[in-house]
Design a protein around this ligand. Structure first.
Ligand code: ADP
Ligand code: MN
Ligand code: MN
Ligand code: MN
Length: 367
């Protein structure tokens, strides 16, 4: 709880942020990337003498990989290759946030750069126009690691009244949710909605539908913006898939998915065929669905709390206890999309979307 000593007065900061129109033609670009944990993000800023109009105008950059669990000190330069550009909701004006891929000194992708292969797979599958929509669940914590708003001694009342709840005794931390929603819209992140979750202090936002590689790009930037907003409020975000042991829901990253054939009339046949393929690759997918290759998700996918057991593959219409759910409306329409409920809240969406397309479109697991 050493935390509060690091708090500053944001209204004082605003005096300086108002200087924005007088930047003498310069532009601040915040480069954002994934560190060696595969979960945490890093960022640093570069001044440009011009306002970039597209990602191709953003220069490559580098950083010290020995300080991000990515390289030895003796050979530590890592390269940042700009991949996706967004407007900066924090600095506003012409300033940008740029999501980057990380490469090593020898031009091979860093171990946690799963975007490169995802991009190649999405390119090979582009004729089937894969769309994704991800439901990102997360939990707010106080800086002491205790769930935000929970009593310091004991627990809140049992789950039931909190999901989509309203009221000071039902939801904790809505300011962060609202600020994050607006910041994503400002940035150009394709955020689709938000809701309060089953466990108090747990929330969800949805991103999508996004075509191919843009799913991972938009979700990672949405996560970055969430961390950055929560930092302003002095609140911690965790993407741990089971932050509280016991009778409390975990956190997932339900991945909704369709191809053009699934969205067309009679598409349910294509949805069922894809589910059949997925059923034969359950463990290959589980390994792609959290950073510990099943280790994190094992705490969450217990078969309780609206999850399927990690040990079984199952599917069903409107079944929230299955690995794959077909939404009821899609069952009725005979077309639409499916929901893979297995990915963990701390999954890498590049790995998840790549795995789904490899299995259901390309029939190719040669990594
Ligand atoms: P749930 O009922 O599981 O809570 P949500 O409403 O939270 O579902 O999320 C549904 C997600 O599905 C949204 O992110 C939306 O963008 C996405 N989605 C909707 N239609 C499609 C589609 N045809 N293909 C892929 N994703 C889709
Ligand atoms: Mn949802
Ligand atoms: Mn949910
Ligand atoms: Mn869902």
């Amino acid at each position: 709880m050493a935390d509060y000593s690091a708090r500053t007065d944001k209204s004082v900061l605003d005096r300086y942020m108002e200087l924005s129109p007088g930047m003498q033609g310069k532009c601040q670009v915040m480069y954002v990337w994934l560190d060696g944990s595969g979960e945490d993000m890093r960022c640093k800023t570069k001044t440009l003498d011009f306002v970039p109009k597209s990602i191709t105008e953003i220069p490559e950059w580098n950083y010290d990989g020995s300080s991000t669990y990515q390289a030895e000190g003796s050979n530590s330069d890592m390269y940042l290759r700009p991949a996706a550009m967004f407007d900066d909701p924090f600095r506003r004006g012409d300033n940008k946030l740029v999501l980057c891929e990380v490469y090593k000194y020898d031009q091979r992708p860093a171990e946690t750069n799963h975007r490169k292969s995802c991009n190649e797979i999405m390119d090979r599958a582009k004729d089937s126009e894969p769309w994704f929509g991800i439901e990102q669940e997360y939990t707010l914590l106080a800086q002491d690691g205790h769930p935000f708003g929970w009593p310091k001694m004991g627990y809140p009342g049992p789950q039931g009244p909190y999901y989509c709840g309203v009221g000071a005794n039902k939801v904790y931390g809505r300011d962060i949710v609202e600020a994050h929603y607006r910041a994503c819209l400002y940035a150009g992140v394709k955020i689709a909605g938000t809701n309060a979750e089953v466990m108090p202090a747990q929330w969800e936002f949805q991103v999508g539908p996004c075509l191919g590689i843009s799913m991972g790009d938009h979700l990672w930037m949405a996560r970055f913006i969430l961390q950055r907003v929560a930092e302003d409020f002095g609140v911690v975000v965790t993407f741990d898939p089971k932050p509280m042991e016991g009778d409390w829901n975990g956190a997932g990253c339900h991945t909704n998915y369709s191809t053009n054939a699934m969205r067309d009339d009679g598409g349910i046949q294509h949805i069922k065929a894809a589910i059949d393929k997925l059923s034969k690759k359950h463990w290959d997918h589980i390994r792609m669905y959290d950073p510990k290759e099943g280790g994190d998700n094992a705490r969450r996918l217990t078969g309780k709390h609206e999850t399927s057991s990690i040990h079984d593959f199952s599917s069903g219409i409107a079944n929230r206890g299955a690995s794959i759910r077909i939404p009821r409306q899609c069952g009725e329409d005979g077309k639409g999309y499916m929901e893979d409920r297995r990915p963990s809240s701390n999954c890498d969406p590049y790995r998840v979307t790549e795995a789904i397309v490899r299995t259901t479109v390309l029939d190719d697991w040669n990594m």
